[in-house]
Design a protein around this ligand. Structure first.
Ligand SMILES: [Fe+2]
Ligand SMILES: [Fe+2]
Length: 265
């Protein structure tokens, strides 16, 4: 099976014709399935962009959402709207709610949005102010400590979900692919070929998810976990354990690309 992986495609930066050209380029790689690791669009246009992908790509699309997908909206409302939209669209799968998806007899797929959960780096002294905290309903109008509590809760939610799905997937498959938006480890949080600084790490990596992945894979050496993520827009590979590899994908606003075509065994 061939999977085309795309991340941070930010379709709201493209015209209709540019979207169609991008979809054609994906189809040109002849993938059997598509992996999308978040930042597809922004809240007001997310559903129409998902619909456009569904129609143009016409093959299974497995996706998670990124922080930008909630811009000008609310996390809860966007997730609810996406869930409703998937009814009757069997090719679209929102992994944060799909459990374990068998891809081949030996490989399963799991995933969750994840979130920059403020735990890596130094949140207390970071001067970074993301647009997330201006454009996402749940993250606006908060004090620094209230915001941190909310970021941690979003990370914990992703971790709890993966704690329920990943071990089970590993017990039944020799290879598990995990899609998430936010890099789960410090060493997978790439920026210009280096690990992000302590100022950016709180918002660009998810420690709660990293801990679940590390804990699960450390005790299951016979299973291989491959993680695909984005969010930093800079690429790199991190070998976290002998059986745990993280690929972080590059992206440029207005110029989406296929990050890789993956042969799934
Ligand atoms: Fe992005
Ligand atoms: Fe992002």
């Amino acid at each position: 099976m061939r999977a085309a992986w795309v991340t941070d495609i930010h379709l709201d930066f493209l015209s209709h014709a540019e979207c169609e050209r991008f979809f054609d380029s994906i189809v040109g790689d002849s993938p059997d399935v598509i992996f999308v690791t978040g930042d597809i669009s922004i809240a007001p246009s997310l559903l129409s962009h998902l619909e456009a992908m569904n129609q143009a790509l016409d093959r299974p699309i497995y996706f998670v959402l990124g922080n930008h997908d909630f811009y000008r909206g609310s996390i809860t409302e966007v997730r609810t709207a996406v869930r409703a939209r998937l009814h009757g669209r069997p090719l679209l799968t929102y992994l944060s709610e799909a459990g374990i998806v068998p891809l081949t007899p030996s490989t399963a797929l799991v995933g969750h949005d994840g979130w920059g959960d403020s735990r890596y780096g130094n949140y207390a002294t970071s001067p970074v102010e993301l647009n997330d905290h201006r454009y996402i309903k749940e993250l606006t109008g908060l004090t620094q400590s209230q915001l941190q509590e909310r970021l941690m809760r979003l990370g914990d939610e992703a971790a709890m979900y993966l704690r329920q799905t990943l071990p089970q997937a590993c017990d039944h498959y020799s290879h598990v692919i995990l899609l998430t938006h936010v890099p789960p480890f410090r060493e997978s949080c790439w920026y210009q070929g280096q690990v992000s600084t302590d100022e950016w790490l709180p918002f660009f990596a998810c420690q709660a998810v990293g801990e679940v992945l590390h804990e699960t894979m450390r005790t299951r050496p016979n299973c291989q976990l491959t993680v695909y993520c984005g969010h930093t827009h800079h690429s790199g590979t991190a070998q976290v354990l002998p059986n745990l590899t993280v690929f972080t994908g590059a992206a440029e606003y207005g110029m989406p690309q296929v990050n890789a075509v993956i042969e799934v065994q």
